[in-house]
Structure formats: C-alpha cells, structure tokens
Design a protein around this ligand. Structure first.
Ligand code: HSE
Length: 432
C-alpha cells in the first residue's frame, strides 16, 4: 500500500471530520485504493484540541502551521483555517515549500483565486477545492471533469443552507424573517453574526468559484451583484405562492446573448414545478446546463462536518493518485491564459419581475402605475390587489413580462414620485 502524507491546518468542525475519516481503521479508502492519504500532522493554535482528539502517537500535533509546511515528510497541506489571513499566507508558503494544497476556503478563492492559482502553477503544484462549494456535493468535480465536453450555458442554484432553511421555515410555517433567523441560530445553522449568509455574500463567493470553473474565465469578484434575504417580507412569500412561485435565494451564472456573463445572487421567484423549488431546509442543489449534456441538477448537504469532510478527503485522494496535479496543470482556467471578462451590469439583466407597491386605494392608481411601466416598455403579465380592512394603504402586486432591468428601474423611479405610492416598492426577479 502506497501512502501520501497529509498535514492538516485548522482543527475546527470540518478538520475534525477529515481527521476522523483519515484515522478510521476500516476506512473505505483502504478498501478501494492502493494509494491512500495518511494523516501525518495537525496544526492548531488551541492545545485543548489535541486532548479532545485522542490522536495516535505517530500523528504530530503542533501549534504553528510553519512546522507542518516545512516538514519534508508532508506532501499535501489542507488549509481549513478559513478567512483571508493567515489562510492566504499558509497556502502561499505551502506552495513555495513544494506542497500541493487542498482548501475549503471559498472567500479566499473568490477574492484572490487568480493570485493563488498562478502561484501554484509557478511551483508546479495544485490547488483542490471541492469543499468550497456545496459541501458534500461533488459539484467542482462535475463542472471541472464530468462536464468538460460541454460549453456551459448556465450554472444556478441554492448554495447556502442557512438561508434556504430560513426561507423554507418562513414558507412552511408562516413565520416572519426575524423568527426564522432566530430558529436557524438556535439550531446551529446560522452564526451569531449571520451577515455572510443572509446578505448573500457566502453565496456570491461560491458563485465566483463555479463561474470561473464553468466558463473558464476570470473577472473582478466585486462586480457580482449580491442581494440577500434580509429584506424578504412574509407577504412576498404568500403572493409568490398565489402566483404559482416559490421564493429561493439563488446564485445565478449565465452566458448572455452577446457572450457576456451575468453573475448575481438574489432572492428569486421560481415556478413551483422547477426542481429547485422542492429543495428545502439546509439542503443545496445546483443546476448546470451544458451544450451536450443538457440540464442537470446535483443535490445534497451543502454544509456540515462529515459532508464537507467527504469533499476534502476526495480532494486528498485526487492529490495522492496524481490526478489533481495533471488536471490543475492542464486547465487554462488556472493559468495566466485565463481570459479576464467584465460581468454584465445588473441594469442589463433581462428577466421577469415581481413588484409589490404600497398604494392609496382610490380610482386611477393602477392606471398611473401601468402608464409609467408602459412608457418604459414594461409589459404587465398579472396583477393582484386584495381588499384590506380599514382605509389604510393597500398592497398592489404586479408581475411583468421580460424586461430590461435598467428600464424597470427608470419606471420605478418615476412611480415612486407618485403621491399615491407609499413606502418602498419591493422588486424580486423571476426565473422560469
Ligand atoms: N454557511 C454556509 C451555509 C455553509 O449555510 O450553507 C458554509 O459554506
């Protein structure tokens, strides 16, 4: 049995899961392979971690990552520290020291991917990152290898379990956003500071990684349009349902007609028949549409200790078998030949829209709003206005046909000035 030595940096939840798979006595890896990754060393700044782990005596435990990076017996470094610093320095050091790298760090790859990939190319080493998107779902391998014969037309899906849990709870149990968030925090899905998840930032990091791999291009991460679920109102979920739609936070990457790319994260109305509408709770699912394969969907647990550890260990096996190095060196997307493109401005996006106005209930209001939409070439598909008790403002919901967002926003800026329109208008994009 050949072995390949692993140095694990960062022993949080996922690191502990990776260690438990690598240390398992009757491991499926040993059953299936004649070359296996072996845990050689662990680095973590917290000495308490060592006591909890009950490590065998031949596994080193150090508190400084440099001791593993400089160890000539270690062939691959797993970075599970997260965040930008010191994770970036750890990866750069590991590459300079001739180690391949496995990471789950989506933020680092989204923001500094080009720099890290070039460094790896320069040193003839590889970066593997299956665990950065979709937890245990092998979406990176699918897009990189399985769909290599395809021109990818679109990749879109639910890539954040926390927000999907919150939206599912709001939809099924009719609870408002803040209560669903508190429940997600109680269950341990949402962090105490939930910003990264609820504002869509985590999804945009994952989208950047998928788009780079799928379209084979580089771009400025900051150009990705990102809108989270923190302003979703329960009433929008009811109206969406009445119109035959489900509300989901989607990460969307599309090639557009003029060969531009559209990258955005936003709460989206999906028809109830769409398979993503049935993806509930903390589950993730990603649809990939390729020129040869057509429509596909991958589904599974997008986070959690063992699903994410499963993805990290799959990468380790790729490195141990030599596949990671061959693939990484061969793919233009990881090289300096990767084309840098502009992401389409959100104002150029063409889709259908859901609009919820708060209006005074009197004759002529609908005519004024529809007049303004019509003047800006926006065609109405349907309208809902329910009676409310009392003389207060009433919600007016309009679904449009496909329109360019720039034109829609122009119409909305005119409509907002009407004295019959109160409060802020809610705009949600639709995917058919
Ligand atoms: N916070 C993420 C989620 C998991 O809720 O899906 C890590 O990417």
């Amino acid at each position: 049995m050949k072995t390949f030595n692993v140095g694990l940096i960062g022993m949080g939840t996922v690191g502990t899961g990776v260690a438990s798979i690598l240390l398992e006595k009757n491991s499926p890896l040993v059953e299936k392979l004649n070359c296996v990754p072996v845990l050689k060393g662990i680095a973590d700044s917290n000495p308490e971690v060592r006591k909890k782990l009950k490590l065998p005596s031949d596994v080193l435990f150090v508190n400084n990552a440099k001791e593993l990076i400089g160890n000539p017996d270690i062939h691959v470094i797993v970075e599970l520290v997260g965040g930008i610093h010191p994770a970036k320095e750890i990866i750069m050091d590991a590459l300079e020291n001739g180690k391949d790298v496995v990471t789950a760090n989506k933020m680092l790859l989204a923001l500094h991917g080009s720099e890290i990939f070039s460094k790896a190319q320069k040193h003839g080493k590889s970066i593997s990152f299956e665990a950065s998107v979709g937890g245990g779902i092998p979406i990176i391998a699918a897009v990189r290898d399985g769909f290599i014969a395809n021109r990818i037309e679109s990749i879109f899906g639910i890539v954040n379990g926390t927000t999907n849990y919150i939206l599912t709870k709001m939809t099924r149990e009719n609870v408002k956003y803040s209560d669903a968030l508190s429940e997600a925090q109680k269950m341990g899905y949402a962090e105490k500071d939930p910003t990264m998840d609820v504002e869509g930032i985590d999804s945009s990091h994952k989208l950047a990684i998928l788009a780079r791999l799928g379209f084979g291009v580089d771009f400025d991460y900051k150009q990705i349009y990102c809108e989270g679920i923190n302003n979703v109102d329960l009433s929008d979920i009811w109206y969406a349902h009445e119109l035959g739609y489900t509300l989901k936070l989607l990460a969307i990457a599309k090639r557009t007609a003029n060969n531009n790319i559209e990258l955005r994260v936003n709460p989206t109305l999906l028809t109830q028949e769409h398979p993503l509408s049935s993806v509930n709770g903390v589950f993730n699912a990603i649809c990939v549409n390729g020129s040869a394969v057509g429509e596909t969907m991958l589904y599974g647990r997008g986070a959690g200790q063992m699903p994410t550890a499963s993805a990290v260990v799959a990468d380790l096996v790729d490195v141990a078998l030599g596949r990671a190095g061959i693939t990484f060196a061969a793919m233009k997307t990881f090289s300096r030949h990767c084309e840098r493109v502009q992401i389409a401005d959100i104002l150029q996006v063409k889709t259908r829209y859901y609009l919820r106005f708060s209006v005074v209930d009197k004759p002529g209001v609908l005519a004024k709003i529809s007049g303004s939409l019509g003047d800006n070439e926006i065609s109405i598909a349907s309208v809902i206005q329910h009676k409310v008790k009392g003389d207060g403002n009433v919600p007016l919901v309009i679904m449009t046909h496909v329109a360019e967002e720039g034109k829609l926003r122009k119409a909305l800026s005119e409509i907002t000035k009407l004295d019959v329109v109160k409060d802020q208008t809610r705009l949600l994009r639709v995917e058919e």
